[in-house]
Design a binder for this molecule. Structure first.
Ligand code: HEC
Length: 253
């Protein structure tokens, strides 16, 4: 019994570690790998806005093309810049050592980022940059304080200003306006408009995070459908196994 309790404690330990330390609230999204158009738009945003600094070196363009239902030629023409071929991995030409000097830390590979941070974190992170003149890039971030990345989506989103202290940022309460479906409350307000409306920008980031989530787990849909089939097989198999067991044991008392 004692061992059992120790085992339970060990299983729960990471949960306790996660609960420690105050963290800003995250906005929740439901990812949908079946929504191919969303994934295609997400990939487009990713190659245009992220691949310059970050690589996704465990993802090949071609695999994404097949999974997202895009012809190879289209991907080669529109989503690959430079002289890379469609069969290659999604890497970039930025030298890691120099990038570390430019940014303070090299931009990490993003193939498995959705596994590391989770989709909700990514969705919140990319939408919660705010102006902070004391930082090298003039921006800070609610869920990643003192981040070394510039707000690369600022042109789309616009400039957000923060009117809370660091402490209030972490405990801010955000609500969804039932009429517009947009977020109200919270610490950040849009000071300068970008090229997209708040609604459009949320959608752009949703698509981007959906694509990053796909990269982190490209077989999600397959494993779900396979899982269902396996369970159905086991249910049918159980009937035969049970009948066989009855047959074997019928003379034993
Ligand atoms: C100008 C270069 C640059 C571009 C473009 C860029 N990033 Fe970054 N990004 C960085 C740097 C540098 C860091 C490391 C920041 C740090 O650790 O303080 C970073 C960090 C991150 C992180 C956090 C990594 C972690 O877990 O520590 C995520 C997520 C991220 N970037 C996503 C993106 C996405 C998505 C895009 C495209 C919309 C993008 N980045 C575009 C430079 C860039």
């Amino acid at each position: 019994m004692k061992k059992f309790f120790i085992a339970i404690m060990m299983v729960l330990m990471p949960v306790a570690a996660n609960a420690a330390g105050a963290k800003a609230p995250l906005d929740h999204i439901e990812i949908d790998h079946a929504n191919k158009e969303s994934l295609q738009r997400g990939m487009q945003t990713f190659v245009n806005y992220c691949l310059g600094c970050h690589s996704a070196e465990y993802q090949r363009f071609e695999r994404a093309a097949v999974d997202l239902g895009m012809p190879n030629e289209l991907v080669q023409e529109n989503l690959i810049f430079g002289d890379q071929k469609v069969g290659e991995q999604m890497t970039n030409a930025m030298p890691k050592a120099e990038a570390a000097v430019w940014f303070g830390t090299a931009p990490p590979d993003l193939t498995l980022e959705s596994r590391l941070r989770g989709e909700d974190w990514l969705y919140t992170y990319l939408r919660s940059f705010y102006e902070d003149k004391s930082r090298p890039w003039g921006v800070n971030n609610v869920v990643f304080p003192d981040v070394g990345m510039p707000n690369v989506l600022e042109g789309l989103q616009g400039v957000q200003k923060n009117h809370c202290t660091q402490e209030e940022l972490i405990h801010q309460k955000k609500e969804i306006d039932p009429l517009t479906g947009l977020q109200i409350g919270g610490c950040l307000t849009l000071a300068e408009k970008g090229t997209q409306s708040a609604e459009e920008f949320d959608k752009t980031v949703y698509d981007l995070v959906n694509f990053m989530s796909y990269m982190g787990n490209p077989v999600l849909l397959e494993s779900r459908s396979l899982g269902t089939k396996v369970l159905i097989f086991l249910a049918i198999f159980f009937v035969f196994a049970f009948a066989l067991k009855k047959e074997y044991w019928k003379d034993v008392h």
